[in-house]
Design a protein around this ligand. Structure first.
Ligand code: ADP
Ligand code: ZN
Length: 436
Protein backbone atom coordinates (compact mmCIF):
# COMPACT_ATOMS: atom_id res chain seq x y z
CA UNK A 1 0.00 0.00 0.00
CA UNK A 2 1.26 3.48 -0.85
CA UNK A 3 0.27 6.87 0.46
CA UNK A 4 1.19 8.72 -2.73
CA UNK A 5 2.05 6.26 -5.53
CA UNK A 6 2.49 9.12 -8.02
CA UNK A 7 5.55 10.26 -6.13
CA UNK A 8 6.69 7.10 -4.37
CA UNK A 9 6.68 5.03 -7.58
CA UNK A 10 7.74 7.66 -10.14
CA UNK A 11 10.07 6.54 -12.95
CA UNK A 12 13.71 7.55 -12.53
CA UNK A 13 13.57 9.95 -15.47
CA UNK A 14 10.47 11.69 -14.15
CA UNK A 15 11.96 11.89 -10.67
CA UNK A 16 15.23 13.39 -11.94
CA UNK A 17 13.33 15.92 -14.03
CA UNK A 18 11.16 16.90 -11.07
CA UNK A 19 14.21 17.18 -8.80
CA UNK A 20 16.04 19.33 -11.35
CA UNK A 21 13.11 21.68 -11.70
CA UNK A 22 12.70 21.94 -7.94
CA UNK A 23 16.42 22.43 -7.39
CA UNK A 24 16.55 25.34 -9.79
CA UNK A 25 13.58 26.92 -8.07
CA UNK A 26 14.96 26.48 -4.55
CA UNK A 27 18.37 27.89 -5.53
CA UNK A 28 16.64 30.93 -6.99
CA UNK A 29 14.56 31.26 -3.84
CA UNK A 30 17.50 31.18 -1.43
CA UNK A 31 19.57 33.41 -3.72
CA UNK A 32 16.94 36.11 -3.39
CA UNK A 33 15.95 35.55 0.24
CA UNK A 34 18.99 34.36 2.21
CA UNK A 35 22.04 36.67 2.16
CA UNK A 36 24.22 33.80 3.44
CA UNK A 37 23.52 31.77 0.29
CA UNK A 38 23.62 34.73 -2.07
CA UNK A 39 27.10 35.58 -0.79
CA UNK A 40 28.27 32.00 -1.04
CA UNK A 41 27.01 31.62 -4.60
CA UNK A 42 28.46 34.96 -5.64
CA UNK A 43 31.83 34.00 -4.18
CA UNK A 44 31.70 30.89 -6.35
CA UNK A 45 30.63 32.90 -9.35
CA UNK A 46 27.33 31.06 -9.57
CA UNK A 47 23.83 32.29 -10.33
CA UNK A 48 20.59 30.27 -10.13
CA UNK A 49 20.72 29.90 -13.91
CA UNK A 50 23.82 27.73 -13.57
CA UNK A 51 21.75 25.17 -11.69
CA UNK A 52 19.22 23.72 -14.10
CA UNK A 53 19.35 19.95 -13.67
CA UNK A 54 19.79 17.75 -10.65
CA UNK A 55 23.31 16.85 -11.82
CA UNK A 56 24.26 20.52 -11.35
CA UNK A 57 23.87 20.05 -7.61
CA UNK A 58 27.58 19.23 -7.25
CA UNK A 59 28.41 22.84 -8.15
CA UNK A 60 26.65 24.13 -5.04
CA UNK A 61 28.34 24.91 -1.73
CA UNK A 62 27.86 22.74 1.34
CA UNK A 63 26.06 23.89 4.48
CA UNK A 64 27.26 22.75 7.91
CA UNK A 65 25.86 22.70 11.41
CA UNK A 66 28.37 25.45 12.18
CA UNK A 67 26.77 27.65 9.49
CA UNK A 68 23.44 27.21 11.26
CA UNK A 69 25.00 28.13 14.58
CA UNK A 70 26.79 31.15 13.11
CA UNK A 71 23.48 32.39 11.73
CA UNK A 72 21.55 31.78 14.94
CA UNK A 73 18.64 32.19 15.31
CA UNK A 74 16.97 33.21 12.04
CA UNK A 75 19.84 33.97 9.65
CA UNK A 76 19.10 31.09 7.28
CA UNK A 77 15.36 31.54 7.29
CA UNK A 78 14.06 32.29 3.81
CA UNK A 79 10.38 32.89 4.45
CA UNK A 80 9.15 36.12 6.08
CA UNK A 81 8.31 35.72 9.76
CA UNK A 82 4.59 36.14 9.03
CA UNK A 83 4.66 32.88 7.05
CA UNK A 84 6.28 30.83 9.84
CA UNK A 85 3.78 28.81 11.89
CA UNK A 86 6.06 26.49 13.90
CA UNK A 87 9.56 26.71 15.35
CA UNK A 88 11.58 23.71 16.54
CA UNK A 89 15.07 23.60 17.99
CA UNK A 90 17.61 20.79 18.20
CA UNK A 91 19.30 19.93 21.47
CA UNK A 92 22.42 22.06 20.99
CA UNK A 93 24.64 20.31 23.46
CA UNK A 94 27.75 21.84 21.95
CA UNK A 95 26.74 25.44 21.36
CA UNK A 96 23.77 27.45 20.16
CA UNK A 97 20.80 25.22 19.44
CA UNK A 98 19.72 25.00 15.83
CA UNK A 99 16.46 26.82 15.16
CA UNK A 100 14.18 25.62 12.38
CA UNK A 101 11.09 27.55 11.27
CA UNK A 102 8.33 25.88 9.22
CA UNK A 103 5.68 27.46 7.02
CA UNK A 104 2.20 25.97 6.73
CA UNK A 105 3.24 24.30 3.49
CA UNK A 106 6.33 22.81 5.18
CA UNK A 107 4.18 21.27 7.91
CA UNK A 108 1.90 19.84 5.20
CA UNK A 109 4.84 18.29 3.32
CA UNK A 110 6.25 16.89 6.55
CA UNK A 111 2.90 15.37 7.53
CA UNK A 112 2.63 13.73 4.12
CA UNK A 113 6.16 12.33 4.34
CA UNK A 114 5.28 10.88 7.73
CA UNK A 115 2.00 9.50 6.35
CA UNK A 116 3.98 7.79 3.57
CA UNK A 117 6.21 6.19 6.20
CA UNK A 118 3.33 5.00 8.38
CA UNK A 119 1.49 3.60 5.35
CA UNK A 120 4.62 1.71 4.32
CA UNK A 121 4.70 0.21 7.84
CA UNK A 122 1.11 -0.93 7.36
CA UNK A 123 -0.56 1.60 9.68
CA UNK A 124 -4.24 2.14 8.79
CA UNK A 125 -7.18 4.18 10.07
CA UNK A 126 -8.22 1.48 12.53
CA UNK A 127 -4.91 1.62 14.38
CA UNK A 128 -4.45 3.25 17.75
CA UNK A 129 -0.97 4.72 17.55
CA UNK A 130 1.06 6.02 20.43
CA UNK A 131 3.73 8.67 19.85
CA UNK A 132 6.44 8.35 22.45
CA UNK A 133 9.06 10.58 20.99
CA UNK A 134 9.39 13.64 23.18
CA UNK A 135 6.89 16.37 22.39
CA UNK A 136 8.32 19.84 22.50
CA UNK A 137 11.19 21.53 20.75
CA UNK A 138 12.44 18.14 19.56
CA UNK A 139 10.86 17.32 16.18
CA UNK A 140 10.13 13.68 16.99
CA UNK A 141 6.86 14.05 18.89
CA UNK A 142 4.91 16.56 16.83
CA UNK A 143 6.40 15.30 13.56
CA UNK A 144 5.16 11.75 14.06
CA UNK A 145 1.90 13.04 15.55
CA UNK A 146 0.87 14.99 12.43
CA UNK A 147 1.53 11.97 10.22
CA UNK A 148 -0.64 9.67 12.32
CA UNK A 149 -3.46 12.19 12.13
CA UNK A 150 -3.05 12.50 8.38
CA UNK A 151 -3.31 8.72 7.97
CA UNK A 152 -6.42 8.85 10.13
CA UNK A 153 -5.33 6.44 12.86
CA UNK A 154 -6.06 7.53 16.44
CA UNK A 155 -2.99 9.19 17.90
CA UNK A 156 -2.17 8.81 21.60
CA UNK A 157 0.29 11.64 22.37
CA UNK A 158 1.99 9.74 25.17
CA UNK A 159 5.37 11.48 24.80
CA UNK A 160 8.17 10.21 27.06
CA UNK A 161 8.11 9.96 30.83
CA UNK A 162 5.27 8.43 32.84
CA UNK A 163 6.22 5.09 31.37
CA UNK A 164 4.15 2.98 33.79
CA UNK A 165 0.99 4.80 32.85
CA UNK A 166 1.88 4.45 29.20
CA UNK A 167 2.51 0.71 29.56
CA UNK A 168 -0.93 0.27 31.10
CA UNK A 169 -2.53 2.32 28.34
CA UNK A 170 -0.87 0.10 25.73
CA UNK A 171 -2.59 -2.86 27.37
CA UNK A 172 -5.92 -1.22 28.19
CA UNK A 173 -6.51 0.65 24.91
CA UNK A 174 -5.15 -2.11 22.70
CA UNK A 175 -2.60 0.29 21.25
CA UNK A 176 -1.35 -1.29 18.00
CA UNK A 177 1.46 1.03 16.92
CA UNK A 178 4.17 3.05 18.61
CA UNK A 179 6.78 5.58 17.53
CA UNK A 180 9.76 6.06 19.86
CA UNK A 181 13.51 5.66 20.07
CA UNK A 182 14.73 2.04 20.04
CA UNK A 183 16.18 2.55 23.51
CA UNK A 184 12.84 3.80 24.81
CA UNK A 185 11.14 0.74 23.29
CA UNK A 186 13.39 -1.46 25.40
CA UNK A 187 12.79 0.64 28.48
CA UNK A 188 9.08 0.26 27.87
CA UNK A 189 9.48 -3.51 27.51
CA UNK A 190 11.32 -3.62 30.84
CA UNK A 191 8.65 -1.51 32.51
CA UNK A 192 5.96 -3.83 31.20
CA UNK A 193 7.82 -6.85 32.50
CA UNK A 194 8.10 -5.21 35.92
CA UNK A 195 4.38 -4.47 35.91
CA UNK A 196 3.61 -8.06 34.95
CA UNK A 197 2.13 -7.04 31.60
CA UNK A 198 2.70 -9.97 29.25
CA UNK A 199 2.93 -10.09 25.48
CA UNK A 200 -0.42 -11.80 25.10
CA UNK A 201 -2.10 -8.92 26.94
CA UNK A 202 -0.94 -6.33 24.40
CA UNK A 203 -1.73 -5.74 20.74
CA UNK A 204 1.32 -3.82 19.54
CA UNK A 205 2.16 -4.83 15.98
CA UNK A 206 4.05 -1.88 14.43
CA UNK A 207 6.96 0.14 15.78
CA UNK A 208 8.39 3.25 14.10
CA UNK A 209 11.85 3.47 15.59
CA UNK A 210 14.51 6.05 14.97
CA UNK A 211 16.21 9.24 16.15
CA UNK A 212 19.31 7.22 17.04
CA UNK A 213 21.30 4.46 15.35
CA UNK A 214 20.18 0.91 16.08
CA UNK A 215 21.41 -2.46 14.94
CA UNK A 216 19.74 -5.59 13.57
CA UNK A 217 20.28 -7.25 16.93
CA UNK A 218 18.54 -4.41 18.71
CA UNK A 219 15.63 -4.79 16.30
CA UNK A 220 15.36 -8.51 17.06
CA UNK A 221 15.43 -7.85 20.79
CA UNK A 222 12.68 -5.22 20.65
CA UNK A 223 10.53 -7.29 18.31
CA UNK A 224 10.75 -10.32 20.57
CA UNK A 225 9.97 -8.44 23.74
CA UNK A 226 7.15 -6.27 22.44
CA UNK A 227 5.76 -8.72 19.88
CA UNK A 228 5.75 -6.20 17.06
CA UNK A 229 7.54 -5.53 13.79
CA UNK A 230 10.00 -2.65 14.11
CA UNK A 231 10.60 -0.32 11.17
CA UNK A 232 13.30 2.26 10.73
CA UNK A 233 12.32 5.93 10.67
CA UNK A 234 15.04 8.45 9.89
CA UNK A 235 15.12 12.19 9.95
CA UNK A 236 16.79 15.28 11.31
CA UNK A 237 15.38 18.61 12.37
CA UNK A 238 17.56 20.71 10.08
CA UNK A 239 16.05 19.01 7.02
CA UNK A 240 12.55 18.45 8.43
CA UNK A 241 12.29 15.96 11.30
CA UNK A 242 11.34 12.28 11.32
CA UNK A 243 10.29 10.79 7.93
CA UNK A 244 13.09 11.99 5.70
CA UNK A 245 13.33 8.24 5.00
CA UNK A 246 11.45 5.12 6.07
CA UNK A 247 11.53 1.36 5.66
CA UNK A 248 8.90 -0.54 3.69
CA UNK A 249 7.67 -4.08 4.39
CA UNK A 250 10.82 -5.51 2.77
CA UNK A 251 13.10 -3.72 5.22
CA UNK A 252 15.98 -3.58 2.81
CA UNK A 253 17.10 0.00 3.32
CA UNK A 254 15.02 3.11 4.03
CA UNK A 255 13.22 4.86 1.16
CA UNK A 256 14.14 8.53 0.95
CA UNK A 257 11.32 10.99 0.26
CA UNK A 258 13.54 12.20 -2.56
CA UNK A 259 10.97 14.42 -4.25
CA UNK A 260 11.49 16.67 -1.19
CA UNK A 261 14.95 15.79 0.13
CA UNK A 262 17.73 15.07 -2.34
CA UNK A 263 20.42 12.77 -0.88
CA UNK A 264 24.11 12.56 -1.77
CA UNK A 265 27.00 10.67 -0.20
CA UNK A 266 30.35 12.41 0.09
CA UNK A 267 33.76 11.58 1.42
CA UNK A 268 33.74 13.43 4.79
CA UNK A 269 37.41 14.37 4.41
CA UNK A 270 37.81 15.35 0.74
CA UNK A 271 34.10 16.30 0.35
CA UNK A 272 34.10 14.58 -3.06
CA UNK A 273 30.78 12.98 -4.06
CA UNK A 274 30.93 9.18 -3.82
CA UNK A 275 29.22 6.76 -6.21
CA UNK A 276 26.14 4.78 -5.15
CA UNK A 277 26.97 1.87 -2.92
CA UNK A 278 29.93 3.54 -1.26
CA UNK A 279 29.67 4.49 2.36
CA UNK A 280 30.30 8.06 3.44
CA UNK A 281 28.63 11.15 4.87
CA UNK A 282 25.00 11.72 3.96
CA UNK A 283 24.18 15.15 2.55
CA UNK A 284 20.69 16.52 1.92
CA UNK A 285 19.29 19.37 -0.14
CA UNK A 286 15.72 20.36 0.64
CA UNK A 287 13.91 20.68 -2.69
CA UNK A 288 10.62 22.20 -1.55
CA UNK A 289 11.15 23.73 1.88
CA UNK A 290 10.05 27.31 2.40
CA UNK A 291 10.91 28.11 6.03
CA UNK A 292 14.58 27.18 6.14
CA UNK A 293 15.70 25.54 2.89
CA UNK A 294 19.22 24.11 3.01
CA UNK A 295 21.62 23.37 0.17
CA UNK A 296 23.82 20.29 0.53
CA UNK A 297 23.53 20.07 4.30
CA UNK A 298 26.17 17.80 5.81
CA UNK A 299 24.32 15.54 8.23
CA UNK A 300 27.48 13.88 9.57
CA UNK A 301 25.53 10.61 9.43
CA UNK A 302 27.35 7.72 7.79
CA UNK A 303 25.62 5.35 5.37
CA UNK A 304 25.40 4.49 1.66
CA UNK A 305 22.69 4.84 -0.98
CA UNK A 306 21.04 1.95 -2.80
CA UNK A 307 19.55 2.95 -6.15
CA UNK A 308 17.13 0.70 -8.03
CA UNK A 309 13.49 -0.25 -7.77
CA UNK A 310 12.53 -2.03 -4.56
CA UNK A 311 10.32 -5.13 -4.69
CA UNK A 312 7.66 -3.14 -2.85
CA UNK A 313 7.20 -1.09 -6.02
CA UNK A 314 8.69 2.12 -4.67
CA UNK A 315 11.30 3.60 -6.97
CA UNK A 316 12.81 6.01 -4.46
CA UNK A 317 16.44 5.58 -3.57
CA UNK A 318 17.10 3.76 -0.31
CA UNK A 319 19.72 4.47 2.33
CA UNK A 320 21.40 1.79 4.43
CA UNK A 321 21.12 1.99 8.23
CA UNK A 322 23.19 4.76 9.79
CA UNK A 323 26.27 3.20 11.34
CA UNK A 324 27.10 6.31 13.33
CA UNK A 325 27.87 9.96 12.89
CA UNK A 326 31.18 11.01 11.48
CA UNK A 327 31.62 12.94 14.72
CA UNK A 328 30.46 9.91 16.75
CA UNK A 329 33.41 7.94 15.64
CA UNK A 330 35.92 7.39 18.36
CA UNK A 331 39.53 7.16 17.48
CA UNK A 332 41.14 4.94 20.05
CA UNK A 333 44.84 4.31 19.67
CA UNK A 334 44.44 5.33 16.05
CA UNK A 335 41.67 2.84 15.36
CA UNK A 336 38.17 3.94 14.35
CA UNK A 337 35.55 2.65 16.73
CA UNK A 338 31.80 3.11 16.36
CA UNK A 339 29.45 2.54 19.29
CA UNK A 340 27.24 0.51 16.92
CA UNK A 341 29.98 -2.13 16.62
CA UNK A 342 29.89 -2.62 20.38
CA UNK A 343 26.12 -2.72 20.29
CA UNK A 344 25.99 -5.55 17.80
CA UNK A 345 28.31 -7.67 19.99
CA UNK A 346 26.52 -6.88 23.23
CA UNK A 347 23.11 -7.65 21.80
CA UNK A 348 24.31 -10.97 20.51
CA UNK A 349 25.01 -12.31 24.01
CA UNK A 350 22.05 -13.77 25.78
CA UNK A 351 23.51 -13.29 29.26
CA UNK A 352 23.76 -9.54 28.78
CA UNK A 353 21.05 -6.88 28.80
CA UNK A 354 20.77 -4.55 25.79
CA UNK A 355 22.54 -1.64 27.50
CA UNK A 356 26.10 -0.52 27.19
CA UNK A 357 28.33 2.38 27.93
CA UNK A 358 31.74 3.07 26.44
CA UNK A 359 34.16 4.89 28.70
CA UNK A 360 37.27 6.16 26.97
CA UNK A 361 40.21 7.46 28.91
CA UNK A 362 43.88 8.23 28.48
CA UNK A 363 46.25 6.63 30.97
CA UNK A 364 49.97 7.37 30.65
CA UNK A 365 49.36 8.75 27.17
CA UNK A 366 47.64 5.57 26.10
CA UNK A 367 43.96 5.46 25.19
CA UNK A 368 41.88 2.94 27.05
CA UNK A 369 38.43 1.67 26.27
CA UNK A 370 36.17 0.28 28.91
CA UNK A 371 32.86 -1.28 27.94
CA UNK A 372 30.29 -1.42 30.71
CA UNK A 373 27.38 -3.80 30.27
CA UNK A 374 24.60 -5.10 32.49
CA UNK A 375 23.83 -8.73 33.25
CA UNK A 376 20.32 -9.88 32.57
CA UNK A 377 18.35 -10.47 35.74
CA UNK A 378 17.95 -14.25 35.21
CA UNK A 379 21.65 -14.70 34.55
CA UNK A 380 22.60 -12.46 37.48
CA UNK A 381 20.43 -14.51 39.84
CA UNK A 382 21.73 -17.81 38.48
CA UNK A 383 25.43 -16.93 38.72
CA UNK A 384 25.38 -14.82 41.83
CA UNK A 385 27.44 -17.36 43.74
CA UNK A 386 29.71 -18.48 40.92
CA UNK A 387 32.39 -15.89 40.23
CA UNK A 388 34.02 -18.32 37.80
CA UNK A 389 31.04 -18.11 35.48
CA UNK A 390 31.15 -14.32 35.59
CA UNK A 391 34.88 -14.37 34.85
CA UNK A 392 34.33 -16.64 31.91
CA UNK A 393 31.59 -14.42 30.52
CA UNK A 394 33.69 -11.33 30.92
CA UNK A 395 36.61 -12.97 29.09
CA UNK A 396 34.34 -14.20 26.31
CA UNK A 397 32.87 -10.73 25.80
CA UNK A 398 36.30 -9.09 25.83
CA UNK A 399 37.51 -11.54 23.17
CA UNK A 400 34.51 -10.92 20.94
CA UNK A 401 34.89 -7.17 21.27
CA UNK A 402 38.57 -7.37 20.48
CA UNK A 403 37.93 -9.36 17.33
CA UNK A 404 35.30 -6.89 16.11
CA UNK A 405 37.03 -3.65 17.15
CA UNK A 406 40.65 -4.69 16.69
CA UNK A 407 41.63 -3.18 20.01
CA UNK A 408 41.81 -4.51 23.54
CA UNK A 409 38.84 -3.66 25.73
CA UNK A 410 38.30 -3.79 29.45
CA UNK A 411 34.89 -5.29 30.15
CA UNK A 412 32.95 -4.31 33.27
CA UNK A 413 29.93 -6.47 34.04
CA UNK A 414 27.38 -4.68 36.15
CA UNK A 415 24.31 -5.73 38.11
CA UNK A 416 20.92 -5.39 36.38
CA UNK A 417 19.44 -1.88 36.17
CA UNK A 418 22.62 0.00 37.01
CA UNK A 419 23.32 1.71 33.67
CA UNK A 420 21.25 4.84 33.34
CA UNK A 421 18.11 4.53 31.16
CA UNK A 422 17.29 7.08 28.56
CA UNK A 423 13.83 8.14 27.48
CA UNK A 424 15.02 9.93 24.38
CA UNK A 425 18.27 9.38 22.59
CA UNK A 426 20.71 7.18 24.45
CA UNK A 427 24.15 8.44 25.36
CA UNK A 428 26.50 5.53 24.81
CA UNK A 429 29.88 7.19 25.18
CA UNK A 430 31.79 8.99 27.90
CA UNK A 431 35.07 10.28 26.56
CA UNK A 432 37.22 11.44 29.45
CA UNK A 433 40.17 12.23 27.21
CA UNK A 434 38.86 15.73 26.52
CA UNK A 435 38.82 16.66 30.18
CA UNK A 436 42.23 18.05 30.94
P1 ADP B 1 20.51 16.54 16.92
O1 ADP B 1 20.59 15.12 17.45
O2 ADP B 1 21.67 16.91 16.08
O3 ADP B 1 20.13 17.53 17.95
P2 ADP B 1 17.99 15.79 15.71
O4 ADP B 1 17.33 15.74 17.03
O5 ADP B 1 17.23 16.35 14.59
O6 ADP B 1 19.32 16.57 15.82
O7 ADP B 1 18.47 14.34 15.36
C1 ADP B 1 18.85 13.96 14.06
C2 ADP B 1 19.91 12.90 14.11
O8 ADP B 1 19.44 11.74 14.80
C3 ADP B 1 20.28 12.41 12.74
O9 ADP B 1 21.20 13.26 12.11
C4 ADP B 1 20.88 11.05 13.07
O10 ADP B 1 22.20 11.18 13.55
C5 ADP B 1 20.01 10.58 14.21
N1 ADP B 1 18.96 9.71 13.68
C6 ADP B 1 17.68 10.05 13.43
N2 ADP B 1 16.99 8.98 12.96
C7 ADP B 1 17.85 7.95 12.92
C8 ADP B 1 17.75 6.58 12.51
N3 ADP B 1 16.62 6.04 12.11
N4 ADP B 1 18.87 5.83 12.58
C9 ADP B 1 20.03 6.36 13.00
N5 ADP B 1 20.18 7.62 13.41
C10 ADP B 1 19.12 8.42 13.37
ZN1 ZN C 1 10.53 -0.91 -0.61
Amino acid sequence: MYWNPNKECMSRDEMSALQGKRLHKIVKYVYHNVPFYRNKLQEMDLTPDDILTIEDIVKLPFTTKQDLRDNYPFGLQAAPQSEIIRIHASSGTTGNPTIVGYTRKDIGVWSECMARALTAYGVVRDDIFSVSYGYGLFTGGLGAHNGVEMVGAAVVPASTGNTEKHAKLIRDLGISGIACTPSYALYLAETMEQLGITRDQIRLRVGAFGAEPWTANMRREIEERLGLKGYNLYGLSEIMGPSVSYECQLQNGSHVNEDHFFPEIIDPVTLAPLPAGQSGELVFTTLTKEGMPLLRYRTRDLCSLMPGVCDCGRTSVRMTPITGRSDDMLIIRGINVFPSQVESVVLDMKEIAPRYLLVVDRVNNLDTLQVQVELRQEYFTATFDTPAAIDELSRRLALKLRSVLNIGVKVVLKAPNTIERSQGKSAHVIDNRNIQ
